[in-house]
Structures are given as structure tokens and as C-alpha cells.
Design a protein around this ligand. Structure first.
Ligand code: ADP
Ligand code: MG
Length: 213
């Protein structure tokens, strides 16, 4: 069980995110294909591949790594999620700049900053069938965990369990925002692509920052 994660070790955090996105790209596009245009995995993996190129052999801090993927998604990737996830990672990275160790409180600030920018830019609420259906319960669960046990790993576990549940909840929802909303009632019955990628992204962060799940 880890109580903190050294900020200087950003490379494994970023490589973990890149690998997670790339290895789930086909699944994410397939899910997006059921209610959208089937490009979510393509968009995200293009961003991941490009980030791997920009990273090269460099060592980065956690903040630099998150801002690296954030800037690539924000400036080079289209779709609804390129700019939204770009801002998500940039805010998360910005919230740990100048910090030596990520402890439970610091990650809470990072996640909180990411949630806030998503609310400002995307405006989605729980129940709209978007990535917020995974992110908002994950943040709530994390905040609950902040009040109890001091361990970072345990709080991250609570976060990913809630993200997974939130992702599953999208199966029974009708899309209210984005491309899938055009389908109305027909969007019910399949998972949301963004909620699925969000759950995977949070799990990847928990695996590296929390020292494995
Ligand atoms: P596009 O819909 O432009 O093809 P993507 O396929 O990359 O973009 O992303 C689709 C995902 O975007 C959806 O599954 C949904 O989770 C997410 N999304 C759409 N609109 C919003 C929004 N306003 N806020 C948060 N997430 C959104
Ligand atoms: Mg799409």
C-alpha cells in the first residue's frame, strides 16, 4: 500500500496511459459505433501514439507527462473528446506542478481540477450518458475516501470501483448530449464510449500512482 507517489516518476504514469488507450482502441471504437460514429478509439489512440512520439526517451514529472498528453489531445485530436480530455489531463497535470510527492490530498486536487474543467467545458451531468457518468461518481467516492483511511492506494481503489459502476450505469441511459443524443431512445442498451474510456483512464492512473491494483 502506497501513501505517496514521487512526482519525478512521470514516465511510467504516462506510458501506462498511452498503453491503456492503445490496447483498448478497438473496443472503444466498437462501443462508440453502437450509438455514435465509431471513432472514439481511433481519436484517442491517435493521441496516444502521438504522445509516445513526443515523449521519446525523455524522463518527465507526473505533471509534465499529464500536460504532454493533454496538449496533444487538445491541439491535435478532434471529436468531442479530444479537446475535453485534453483539458482534463492539462488541469490534472497543472494541479501537481511543483509538488514532490503525490499524496491522497494532492490527487484529490488533481481529480477535482479535472472534474471542474469538464463541468465548465462539457456541461454534462450524471445521467446524460457521457464520460461524466463515470467521472463524477469516481470523484465523489474519492472524496469520501479522503475523509477516512490515509492510504493513497485505498482511495484510488474506491475511485475505480465507482468509475466502473458509473460506466455500467450508462448501459440503461438515453444519451442527452453529443452525437449519440440524435438516436434518442435507441441509444439505450449500450455502454457510453466516453464513460468506458474514462473508467480505463482512471484505472491506469490508479495502477501506476497507487502501485498496482
Ligand atoms: P464524437 O462524438 O465527436 O465522435 P468521440 O467519439 O471521441 O467524439 O467521443 C464520444 C464521447 O464523448 C461520448 O461517448 C461521450 O462520453 C462524450 N461526450 C460527448 N459530449 C460530451 C459532453 N458535453 N461532456 C462530456 N462528455 C461528452
Ligand atoms: Mg465518435
Amino acid at each position: 500500500m502506497a501513501a505517496t507517489y514521487p512526482c519525478s516518476q512521470g514516465r511510467p504514469v504516462l506510458v501506462g496511459l498511452i498503453n491503456t488507450i492503445e490496447s483498448n482502441a478497438a473496443m472503444l471504437s466498437e462501443i462508440d459505433g453502437a450509438t455514435g460514429d465509431g471513432d472514439h478509439g481511433i481519436n484517442m489512440s491517435k493521441g496516444a501514439r502521438r504522445t509516445r512520439e513526443v515523449l521519446g526517451n525523455q524522463e518527465v514529472t507526473v505533471g509534465q507527462g499529464l500536460e504532454m498528453i493533454g496538449n496533444v489531445l487538445l491541439t491535435e485530436i478532434g471529436g468531442a473528446m479530444g479537446p475535453l480530455y485534453g483539458s482534463f489531463f492539462n488541469e490534472m497535470g497543472g494541479a501537481c506542478q511543483g509538488v514532490e510527492f503525490i499524496d491522497k490530498a494532492t490527487f484529490g486536487k488533481m481529480l477535482g481540477a479535472a472534474v471542474e474543467i469538464m463541468q465548465d467545458l462539457g456541461g454534462a451531468k450524471v445521467g446524460d450518458k457521457t464520460m461524466m457518468d463515470a467521472l463524477l461518481p469516481a470523484y465523489d467516492a474519492y472524496k469520501m475516501a479522503l475523509a477516512g483511511d490515509p492510504d493513497l492506494t485505498t482511495a484510488l481503489q474506491s475511485m475505480i470501483m465507482a468509475a466502473e459502476e458509473g460506466k455500467e450505469s450508462t448501459r440503461n441511459l438515453v444519451a442527452k448530449l453529443g452525437r449519440a443524443s440524435r438516436l434518442g431512445e435507441r441509444s439505450r442498451g449500450t455502454l457510453d464510449a466516453g464513460a468506458t474510456s474514462c473508467s480505463l483512464i482512471l484505472r491506469s492512473l490508479a495502477d501506476t500512482l497507487g502501485g498496482g491494483s
